[in-house]
Design a protein around this ligand. Sequence first.
Ligand code: KE4
Length: 428
Amino acid sequence: MSVRTRSEALFAEALRHTPGGVHSPVRAFRAVGGSPFFAASAAGARVMDADGNAYIDYVGTWGPAILGHAAGPVVEAVQAAAARGTSFGIPHEGEVALARQVKAMVPSVEKVRFCNSGTESTMAAIRLARGFTGRDLIVKFAGCYHGHSDALLVKAGSGALTLGTPDSAGVPEAVARQTLVLPFNDPEALRATFRDHGRSLAAVILELVPANAGLYLPRPGFLEELRRLTHDHGTVLIADEVMTGFRLGPAGAQGVFGLTPDLSCFGKIIGGGLPVGAFGGRGDIMDRLAPLGPVYQAGTLSGNPLAMAAGLAALETLRTTDAWNRLEALGAELEQGMVAGAKAARIPVRFQGIGSMFCAYFTDRPVWNLDDAMHSDRTRFARFFHGMLDRGVYLAPSQFEAGFLSTAHTSDDIETTVRAAEAVFATL
Ligand code: KE4
């Protein structure tokens, strides 16, 4: 059992200054019990806490740390950029370079606009789709999380689901009514919704690989049916790739599944760990954005030079080292070890993953949507989480979050993790 007295003291003080002591709810360990450790530093595949304990990190700051923490090329790029000024609020070459790189990696992106978070990117994409179509209704899927803008905090995943507030207080009924929520992987519900509302639907937004209720995959044919229906009804199809973008491959999940969305949203990796969001896609839609068109969107720190430099260094490193093959191999190693460990211990675990993303559901049934995910044994998950943490492995502190590998993880790390899991499975 790791000693965490410094973290406990910091948390006690944080609680006096900040609601729940955290600056994003999922960090509070409310879903797993206990109090969060406080990070002191992070390097490669490890995070070190305020008491000097080291953990193999499978959260990776919720996705951005795909190269591991304090990756050399990213740190050097940020240090060099900082020496030239931390913010301009003026167009600069870094924005152009990162935009060029995004377009080169994601063929569906003809134009791109940078902002400061995934929330901003999806909020702006929805507004743009509404401005482009002149329609109000949007569709999302239960359990998908697209950030905390009002229109999208309806049956949301991630921290909202973890805390049991998938429909947040403070979102006016008049706003929530404009968001239709469907079950994921249900083509019949899709067809019925388009039959009843087709010409009123401004957009459908989805995570192509929903990873904010754990992690599950699209059933064969589901994405193709969605693309057909949105195309036939003039509805904007928005792929939320904030988590999957540049993680599942150079063109993210849309590249893996061969889908061409009308707009895509990005975040996390595109900023190399600094605050960046982005949205992009069809030029005829993007050109409705101010200052060209009537749809307003703005941001003081959009295109921030440090964040642009970090994002460019991250994408360049991923692209030139073909990191995705390595991440795929590590993901397969982890899956094999965890599945074998759970089986040997006769613990019902459904390990679901794709590339470097994964989730271990404590259930014996396949998970294809939020309802399936809700059958997981969250009490058992909480015990598993703490057992792993006490053995130096940091997993996401919620059954409804995904885990992430980085290029800094090694086969030895996976071996250590699997051994720890075998020991914890035996106690569950
Ligand atoms: P941010 O506003 O947190 O940068 O991005 C929102 C967002 C949008 N779309 C998807 C698919 C996302 O996963 C996210 C944010 N992901 C969560 C983790 N599940 C962020 C963690 C947190 O809220 O602290």
